[in-house]
Design a protein around this ligand. Structure first.
Ligand code: ATP
Length: 581
């Protein structure tokens, strides 16, 4: 798994362009910190040799004071570098997270069908988090650690070439041994990330279906699959962590051996009178100082490999494009009414399995089209085509006479409201649930719309009014939730409404509220209602009956009612709710 330096550079340049000053400061601070790490032991070495050589007290006190100042400054630099690197890391990864969420939202529905929500969370958060170190200070700190090592060797080689050579040999040996141990760890951590993604995919999918799982008593089966996944995960995780542990043991072993070497060499050279006691101290101190950058470099190499895997996955995701091209330029205007036409439209989700075939109809501005048909005949699919979640395989869809592909996608989505049967509530206040977090809608308008849509009693019982927090999947009856979606739509003020009527039977009072709300809502707007109720069919101007994706009957409702042999009359005589629900 490799990436070119150019790719790393491009990513860093893109996401760090707003952090140039912070990066520059961080590089300075880390450089300063390296200098101090090298200087401090030299001061102590000077102090030790100074005592031995009976240097004036003044010089020794100066060295001691300098040591204290340097140590204090080092702590301040450590705080500043932590602050800066955290800041850079969070800012850049948050920008990347935002870009990924934005990109995912632009993808077509097929993508969401194929990727469970948990997997997306892991992609957007897990992979991006793995890049935190990469962005925060990886390359600067990497360069600094190399510099620190080179600095140590140069200072020692200057004082004694033999000691410089011994340190260099030790580092070469350490890197080659660690490199081998590391490879194992990277492979094992890669496998661990893969199964982690799978686990979160599983979790997200099953949490979404908690109600169905409980109702159908499938809890134990799901738990068994959950345990199976955990059982697979355990050895992989253990292996990954053991290989991390192996690196730690190797490193400790290397430094244990190194310590022996340094003590022996230092003792021998001092005994022979080749070096001073201060230099022996410097050797020992520098050797201990090496452990940190060596360990950090090892970790950083591993971080680069982990980051590489994440960058590749992120790139793959960002490369995906929506099959729905948003390159239209025509506008739908702000005020015009909206009309819709289907012209010989055919569509299939999967090749060779047609879902809609040759659908043709017109929906004039301000008119209501009722769509009827058995389950699975393609009603929802037709609605999805209107809002351009999918593209027809053949035929054309027109809005106000303009081809759908030529119109700006944002205009389509703004002008059309699609109310599905499933009411989704956010864990948020009533206000946010209604406005979709748009702070520009005044409370008075929200409250008056709530009352207008028949939810006055419900609203008056809310303890904290619009600030009351709703919980997804609870706190509202299905009738109330449906009315709430109508409030949402009314406030959006769309020009075409598609309403997939809930097939669940509502009590007569709620049904009457819903009827009234609907009348208010659709007044003056074009409307497609996937009808499940007789009362809805009665308000339609035109009726389209689908059967296995084909048009079984289409025409003006009144004309169809006059025709005794029409399919509509047949449906009505059986009772539409009985036939379609
Ligand atoms: N995302 C999808 N991918 C593949 N096939 C799909 C998808 N959505 C629906 N289908 C299939 O397309 C056909 C039409 O489904 P659609 O949901 O449009 O029917 P419907 O008339 O709305 O049904 P219902 O009244 O039950 O909601 C069905 O055979 C269904 O299995």
């Amino acid at each position: 798994m490799k990436l070119s330096i150019k790719k790393y550079g491009a990513l860093l340049a893109k996401y760090m362009k707003n952090s140039k000053l912070s990066l520059f400061l961080l590089a300075l601070i880390l450089g300063g910190s390296i200098g101090l790490q090298l200087v401090n032991p030299m001061l102590i070495s000077f102090f030790i040799d100074g005592i031995g050589a009976n240097k004036p007290m003044n010089d020794l006190i100066k060295a001691a004071v300098l040591f204290i100042i340097a140590a204090f400054t080092q702590q301040l630099l450590a705080i500043a570098s932590t602050y800066l690197s955290q800041n850079i890391g969070w800012r850049t990864t948050n920008t990347l997270r935002r870009d990924m969420v934005k990109h995912c939202l632009s993808l077509d529905m097929n993508y969401f069908k194929e990727h469970p929500s948990g997997e997306l969370v892991e992609r957007i958060d897990g992979d991006v988090t793995a890049l935190f170190n990469f962005f925060s200070k990886l390359f600067i700190s990497f360069a600094n650690n190399v510099l620190l090592m080179v600095g140590i060797i140069l200072v020692l080689a200057f004082k004694s070439p033999l000691i410089g050579l011994a340190f260099t040999l030790f580092l070469v040996l350490a890197f080659s041994i660690l490199g081998r141990t590391q490879k194992d760890a990277v492979d094992n951590f890669g496998k661990d990330r893969e199964i982690t993604t799978k686990f979160y995919g599983f979790l997200g999918e099953h949490l979404d279906c908690t109600e169905e799982i409980k109702v159908n008593g499938a809890g134990s089966y799901c738990l068994e699959r959950f345990m199976e996944l955990l059982r697979k995960w355990l050895p992989i995780r253990l292996k990954a962590h053991l290989s991390g542990y192996k690196i730690w043991i190797t490193l400790s072993g290397l430094f244990g051996m190194g310590d022996i070497m340094i003590f022996a060499l230092g003792g021998y050279l001092w005994y022979k009178g080749n070096i001073t006691l201060g230099l022996v101290y410097l050797m020992i101190n520098y050797f201990q100082l090496l452990e940190n950058p060596l360990d950090q470099l090892r970790e950083q190499l591993m971080d680069i490999q982990k980051a590489t895997a994440s960058i590749i996955r992120i790139e793959e995701l960002l490369k995906l494009t929506s099959s729905i091209k948003d390159d239209g330029t025509a506008s739908l205007g702000e005020e015009e009414e909206l009309s819709l036409s289907f012209e010989e439209v055919s569509f299939s989700y999967e090749k060779e399995i047609p879902v809609l075939q040759n659908i043709t109809f017109d929906l004039g501005a301000g008119k209501v089209l009722g769509i009827l048909g058995h389950t699975g005949c393609g009603k929802t699919t037709l609605a999805r085509l209107v809002v351009r979640f999918y593209e027809p395989d053949s035929g054309n869809i027109y809005l106000n006479g303009k081809k759908q592909q030529d119109i700006l996608l944002k205009d389509i989505r703004k002008s059309i409201a699609y109310v599905t049967q499933e009411v989704q509530l956010f864990h948020a206040s009533v206000r946010d649930n209604i406005t979709f977090f748009n702070p520009g809608i005044p409370d008075e308008l929200i409250i008056s719309t709530i009352c207008r849509m028949g939810l006055k009693d419900w609203y008056e019982n809310l303890k904290e009014g619009l600030d009351t927090v709703l919980v997804p999947g609870g706190g509202m009856s299905s009738g109330e939730a449906q009315l709430l979606t109508l409030v949402r739509v009314f406030l959006r003020n769309p020009r075409l409404i598609i309403l997939d009527e809930a097939s669940a039977r509502l009590d007569p009072v709620t049904e009457r509220f819903l009827e009234n709300a609907l009348s208010t809502l659709i007044e003056g707007r074009a409307c497609i209602i996937i009808a499940h109720r007789l009362s809805t069919v009665q308000r339609a101007d035109n009726i389209l009956i689908l059967d296995k994706g084909r048009m079984l009957e289409y025409g003006q409702r009144e004309e169809l009612l006059k025709n005794k042999n029409s399919r509509l009359n047949e449906l009505l005589s059986f009772g539409i709710e009985e036939v379609l629900v």
